[in-house]
Design a protein around this ligand. Structure first.
Ligand SMILES: [Zn+2]
Length: 167
């Protein structure tokens, strides 16, 4: 695949993940390292890749005495794709990521949970501020409870949705 096609596809994947919400917290980063070389970091949170296994891609070695240029090391760590490679390997890093992303037919699909999270957040914004005078029942929380709940805003949300709101 030529370089402009790689960039086009990378942009297409990135753009497909943007929904007016996710891009505020998650994205991708391209930069250089002191080996010397390149890195490509891609946030996988709220993408269909989040739970997909990645076997890793590795060849060559960054730390040899002859300063080999022909090396790559790609893995998934937590919810991030981490690709590192030699100073001429940026297209290869993008290629490795895209090959993985495209291993499903509908490679630009987004997880259905995303829209539910958006709805959850909309609902969270409608909750009133704490009124007290009692504090939230959650252990260790000293924020005033909501008038319709024994919990503060955040913990009321957590109680009902099973996760803390990302605000
Ligand atoms: Zn609380």
């Amino acid at each position: 695949m030529n370089a402009s096609k790689l960039l086009e596809d990378l942009q297409q994947w990135y753009h497909a993940q943007c929904d007016g919400y996710r891009e505020h917290w998650f994205g991708m980063e391209i930069g250089t390292t002191d080996n010397p070389g390149w890195f490509l970091k891609v946030d996988l949170t709220d993408t269909i890749l989040e739970d997909r296994p990645f076997g890793g891609v590795e060849y060559g070695c960054a730390d040899t005495d002859d300063f080999s240029l022909d090396w790559i090391s790609c893995k998934v760590d937590g919810a991030q794709f981490l690709g590192y490679g030699g100073p001429r390997k940026l297209p290869d890093l993008i290629q490795v990521f895209l090959a993985w992303a495209k291993s499903e037919d509908d490679w630009l699909a987004v997880p259905p949970e995303m829209s539910q999270r958006e709805l959850d957040l909309e609902w969270y914004r409608t909750l009133s501020e704490g009124v007290g005078p009692e504090t939230c029942r959650k252990a260790g929380c000293s924020i005033l409870r909501l008038d319709q709940s024994v919990f503060c805003r955040q913990h009321h949300f957590e109680q009902l949705k099973g996760y803390l709101p990302e605000v």
